[in-house]
Design a protein around this ligand. Structure first.
Ligand code: ACO
Length: 324
């Protein structure tokens, strides 16, 4: 790090983890009234992973974090901040970030969860970036981890075919030159009802419906609109334009949301990282999962401009622009 330059943050390593159990579209055909053809043509999803009994968000996060640490050449003790994005925490409290910290054997620094549903990783990355820029922390583990299979109504074909379990992680560290060029976060709670899991714990019982509810059409339209607007906002804030983007890593909800957005922006399909076919929508885990795949297979290389964009319940959306 240069002594004179301002403190910025850069991604030093990535990791990801998918549980062992595969649930294919064909498997779903025997569970609800659906077909592989319907799911693939509407969403691009072919299979998803399901966490084992007793496997929790912090376990998935641990596996992804170990990979990210190894890729960065660091040990758990080098980390002084953990920000974990999830909507499916192990328990009401402590946070899954604290449970992850315990599993990693870290006993210093700070650890907390961020809840912004499918935009969670973008919120977490933006948060960690701010802490590093301020000088408060030097090395952060930023994780998205989810077990959405546990909040689905497995009789509702309109939602249960869309989601899966998984985790992704990055190590973010202080650097003289940016890595993270800028982050842009948005929310509009007026849209809270179009995507929600409304149940809550009260008096020792779950009150209300604890499974995911969604107005698919409304989510689709809003997602494409805000992803397009946010991409323009992000690029113009940095004096850059769409052709400067080397890789578009959007929330992996649905291949049609990604391709519609990319088409509206003028980003060619070969610049879009798509992994949703292999793991379905893993909410906060989807962006770091896709990022890890493209970093490990050599698509994303030093100097590349990577546009990360998330969108999801809240309604929330946002972006992080990274010079790799
Ligand atoms: N299998 C077969 N048929 C189904 C299924 C299924 N799994 N689910 C719904 N259908 C039926 C519907 O009942 C409907 O039947 P009908 O015409 O007899 O009433 C028909 O298929 C068409 O339903 P639509 O909802 O119009 O289908 P559409 O083409 O809009 O696709 C989808 C639905 C895939 C949910 C779409 O709206 C979508 O992609 N929305 C975005 C939702 C999303 O990705 N959410 C993820 C969470 S949000 C986020 O991460 C940003």
């Amino acid at each position: 790090m240069s002594a004179a330059g301002p403190v910025r943050s850069r991604i030093a390593g990535t990791g990801s983890y998918l549980p062992a159990k595969v649930l294919t579209n064909r498997d779903l055909e025997s569970m609800v009234d659906t077909t592989d053809e319907w799911i693939v043509s509407r969403t691009g999803i072919r299979e998803r992973r399901i966490a084992a009994d007793g496997e929790f968000t912090s376990d998935l996060a641990l596996a992804a974090s170990r990979q990210a640490l190894a890729a960065a050449g660091l040990r758990p003790g080098d980390i002084d901040l953990i920000v974990l994005a999830t909507s499916t925490p192990d328990m009401v409290f402590p946070s899954s970030a604290c449970l992850l910290q315990k599993k990693l054997g870290i006993r210093h620094g700070a650890a907390f969860d961020v809840q912004a549903v499918c935009t969670g990783f973008i919120y977490a990355l933006a948060t960690a970036d701010q802490y590093i820029r301020s000088g408060m922390f030097r090395r952060a583990l930023v994780v998205g981890a989810e077990v959405f299979s546990r909040i689905l109504d497995w009789k509702d074909r309109g939602t249960c075919v869309l989601f899966g379990d998984g985790a992704g992680a990055v190590v973010l560290e202080a650097a003289g030159e940016a890595g993270v060029l800028s982050a842009h976060l948005h929310a509009d709670g007026a849209y809270a009802d179009i995507l929600s899991t409304p149940g809550h714990v009260c008096g020792g019982k779950v009150l209300g419906d604890p499974t995911l509810k969604m107005d698919g059409g409304a989510v689709f339209k809003l997602a494409v609109r805000v992803l397009e607007e946010c991409a323009h906002e992000t690029l113009s804030a940095n004096g850059l334009a769409v052709p400067d983007v080397d890789w578009f890593v959007a929330h992996q909800a649905n291949v049609r949301i990604i391709s519609h957005t990319a088409r509206k922006l003028g980003i060619p399909p070969e610049k879009c990282v798509v992994t949703v076919d292999r793991h379905a929508n893993t909410s906060a885990a989807s962006i770091p999962l896709a990022l890890d795949v493209a970093a490990r297979d050599g698509r994303i290389r030093p100097g590349h401009l990577v546009l990360l964009e998330g969108v999801g319940g809240g309604f929330t959306w946002g972006s992080v622009l990274v010079r790799w």
